[in-house]
Design a protein around this ligand. Sequence first.
Ligand SMILES: [Zn+2]
Length: 241
Amino acid sequence: MATKLLYLCDSYLREFEAKVERVVGNSVVLDQSAFHPLTGGVGCDAGWLNKIDTRFRVVRVEIERATKTVSHVLETEPSGLSQGDVVKGAIDWDRRYCLMRLHTAAHLIAAVMYRDYSALITGGQVDVDQAKLDFNLPRTDREVFEDAVKKANEEAAKRAELKVYFLSRDEALKVPGVVKLAERMPPEERELRIVEIPGIDLQADGGPHVKNTDEIGGIQLLKIENKGKNQRRIYFNTKSN
Ligand SMILES: [Zn+2]
């Protein structure tokens, strides 16, 4: 059975209760989870599963695409944890909040690159200490990326409240620019989760974001790399306010 993904409706949920569906080695599947798995170009959460007074450290979280089950990979095999047990999950909030801030910053940079340079994202990864995005651009141009970061910071300073809602796939795909990924359409789902940063960006997106762009902090360009015309790469991070 698919794991209910609690972060889709509330990215700020840090603790939750769930039932153990199965334990295989050091991997635990729950009926529901607030842990974000490694997917959609955003890093996974870490944290803890607690059963009464026993604490199990979650070091990695994975999702199996076909079954949509989330595996919480523990540091060690959990003795005394079995199917049917009720656990309390707690995510490592500092780590998650960094991912949320950087991921939202990535939206702003991508939106500016699309709006002002007609550049589409061809790849990317948001990790806890830095994010990278690849764009298709005719040339590698430091000024273009410097301009994009400057404008993304200006957009962040507008303190826009993000909107998260669900649309039918047909309705969603009618919205211009809803998918800024050059070669990837959303998976075949009847409903798509839409993340909107009013005035600048609207995406079909399954990841966790901050509620307001003022939470991002200052976006800093770390470096650029040229990996070919479809992989002009920018690395960036954010400095908390
Ligand atoms: Zn996103």
